[in-house]
Ligand binder design. Structure first.
Ligand code: SF4
Length: 365
């Protein structure tokens, strides 16, 4: 049994079952989440008897990344083995179905970690390398949080982070492999550990959860969590969006926007829309005008993203001038719009390129 990733309440149940004092659960949280200890023997305020019993029935369960690549721009991509099938470490690196990737993106004033929540993805977005892989399983809350704790342990003492004045990961975005709203319970549990006073105690404003717009779980997220939300939009016309995002059939973007309009976005929580610019497909003024009408009156931001070309993809990125014109149109028509800087493209760490592959494999392609 893995204890890392469990909530205070879950640990209290375990302690009750084992006949441990109830406060042991808080002590476990303190050691695992605040002191970031990965073995019971180091938890010195637990009795020897409790430590011995925990060693019999459980592990803390954090696991180090098995690969790391560094981009020329300082972005780092980490590879993690996830899922019970891979826990014996006999999994071949060429079988990428057992791996997920996390991307560490340092800038001058923050250090963001983009984390994965599934091995592969069911959503099948046509422009996404993860989507092409198919679905191979959902991560547990422990698997999700493990990415943050392990990357933080590696980058915190590193010179590149110290130089920017940032000693630790400051923000987390659930924008890696997988669809967070298709693994809702694990995502919610991981956010609880990040934000609870017995966990990391983060403000929810340091967390952004992305989604293609799976309405039932998106509604739960909006009701149950306070973190920022990013919706992958990519085309304002339903029939065109459906061609690149099959989810449009089940959950039309117009219904997603209708749902979002029911919530107050004037306070701390922000809604943003991700819009990848595909040359000749979604980048003309007709699209910009339709996007403006779709979002009119909703306090939000649109992030334009250059498409990162990968082998076998029938898409190309829009030209810089087209992206600038699109951005200006939106800003001139009352929609706040920015162009997202591309990071880590040389190590296949940029948006839509995560495939769960080691350095060796990436270089073979
Ligand atoms: S873009 Fe996101 S939701 Fe779509 S296939 Fe890729 S990982 Fe899944």
């Amino acid at each position: 049994m893995v204890l890392f990733g469990q909530t205070l309440e879950q640990l209290q149940v375990l302690c009750l079952d084992e006949g441990f004092p109830k406060f042991t659960a808080r002590q476990l949280c303190d050691w695992m989440y605040k002191k970031r200890v990965n073995d019971f023997d180091s938890m010195t305020n637990l009795s020897l008897k409790i430590r011995a019993r925990l060693n019999e029935i459980a592990t803390v369960g954090r696991t180090a990344p098995i690969d790391c690549q560094t981009s020329v721009d300082g972005t780092k991509k980490y590879l993690f083995s996830c899922g019970s099938e891979s826990s014996n470490n006999t999994q071949s690196l060429s079988d990428n179905t057992q791996f997920v990737e996390s991307v560490f993106i340092p800038t001058s004033d923050r250090a963001t970690l983009c984390i994965s929540c599934q091995r592969g993805c069911k959503m099948g977005c046509r422009f996404c390398v993860t989507g092409k892989q198919g679905f191979h399983g959902s991560l547990t809350a422990a698997d999700i949080l493990n990415q943050l704790f392990e990357v933080d342990a590696q980058v915190s003492p590193a010179q590149d982070v110290k130089q920017s004045g940032i000693q630790t990961i400051t923000n987390v975005v659930y924008m890696g492999m997988g669809e967070p709203m298709d693994n809702y319970e694990a995502v919610k549990q991981s956010v609880e550990v990040l934000t609870a006073d017995w966990g990391l105690g983060w403000s929810p404003q340091r967390i952004t959860v992305s989604t293609v717009g799976i309405i039932p779980t998106l509604r739960r997220l909006l009701d149950e969590m306070r973190c920022h939300v990013a919706v992958s939009l990519h085309n304002p016309f339903p029939e065109e969006r459906e061609e690149i995002m099959p989810v449009e059939r089940a959950y039309p973007i117009t219904d997603v926007i209708k749902l979002l309009r029911q919530y107050d976005w004037h306070g701390q929580r922000r809604i943003s829309f991700e819009y990848i610019m595909f040359r000749g497909q979604n980048d003309d003024i007709r699209h910009a005008a339709a996007l403006t009408s779709l979002l009119r009156g909703l306090p939000c931001r649109v992030n334009l993203i250059r498409f990162h070309t990968s082998p076998d993809m029938p898409f190309r990125t829009s030209s810089d001038i087209t992206i600038d014109n699109f951005c200006n149109y939106l800003n001139n028509h009352g929609i706040i719009c920015t162009i997202r800087a591309s990071r880590g493209e040389d190590i296949m760490a940029a948006c839509g390129l995560l495939a769960g592959k080691s350095k060796t494999e990436t270089s073979i392609e």
